[in-house]
Write a protein that binds this ligand. Sequence first.
Ligand code: NAI
Length: 377
Amino acid sequence: MTKLNWGMIGGGKGSQIGPAHRMGAQADGNFVMAAGALDVDAERGRAFADTLGIASDRAYANWQDMLEGERTREDRVDLVTVATPNATHFEITKAFLEAGFNVLCEKPMTMTVEEGEEIVRVAEASGKICAVNYCYSAYPMVREMRHMVATGQIGKVRTIVANFSHGHHGDAGDADNPRVRWRYDPAMAGVSGQFADCGIHALHMASFIAGDEVRTLSADFASTISSRELEDDAMVNFRMEGGTVGRLWTSSVAIGRQHGFDIQVFGETGGLRWASEQPNQVFYTPVGGRTQIMEKGEGGLSDEAQRLSRVAIAHPEGFPLAVANIYVDLAAKIRGEAHGDFPVAADGLRSMAAVHQAVASAKADGAWVDARPPMFR
Ligand code: NAI
């Protein structure tokens, strides 16, 4: 089978998310890294591209050059990943979609709801893929939970409790460190700090597992380190279209919590629990019964969980392979082999609406607000 050509913007040397994309895209042999504008510093980006085996004429100084360079090539990239800081996602994603490229955009997809709606429209008009990297949804055991809910194994979902709370910005003495400070600066991060950074992963996960969307929410935001303009801790209560009650806590000052992403789903006949730090296990408790630990790779799991599991039972599979699962389904969709099961622009838009509405709610002392983007009301 011919490999697909893949390019990345951002994700340069030393970046946080770049390695997961490079490993994920290439893990299954579907994509070859053919082009990139990897760094805000052109020379550093080119030098890094060289170490990755990208040909020098496809190691671009910036995304605009990459767009022009790739546009006319016969072997143009089949997929472009946008792994730059948040404020650049909109213009890069829009430009590549309009030029007829498939795009995988990092979260948050845009900075505003209007931009999010624009991306949904542009993606639809282009007929191209616009995926958004809510990669936690591609862990095999998360797919198992979604399957269990969809097949009625825990009954109607009553309540979801989701957390994405870590303690890595909990040191007030380090708050001025430039790598930390920008995340709480509205000029750089937008209207929300921690909720837009981590909370939206948890909110997306709740919708993904429940097979339902968030309709209303009420938020309490706090800047527990007083020099911060944006929130470093948030509690968001929500209600889903089908009536499910949601509780979401996200924090960056929860000292002692490391990655801190976990979710519990409570249905009428059973409960489920999953944590990103032990992603190979789901805890399942049937009503009136004992808690069982379900392991990735064991017999009896859904086809979907088996499909996305690569190594034998008890061998850890981690974050890069969850990202790889997104790329597997992108490759299948690009090749026309399958419809592709990955988060799309509409999911990115829903997150942006939730972020902006949570900010409005927090400013109004937690008033309940419509969480949906105007386009979907
Ligand atoms: P980072 O600051 O560690 O790295 C950003 C990279 O982009 C650097 O290599 C920088 O030189 C490059 N860059 C900046 N502006 C650029 C431009 N205009 N053109 C080309 N390259 C440019 O940032 P990090 O943490 O890797 O985050 C990048 C994006 O990924 C963010 O939107 C973030 O929210 C998202 N992210 C998503 C995660 C997930 O779980 N899906 C996890 C971590 C980050």
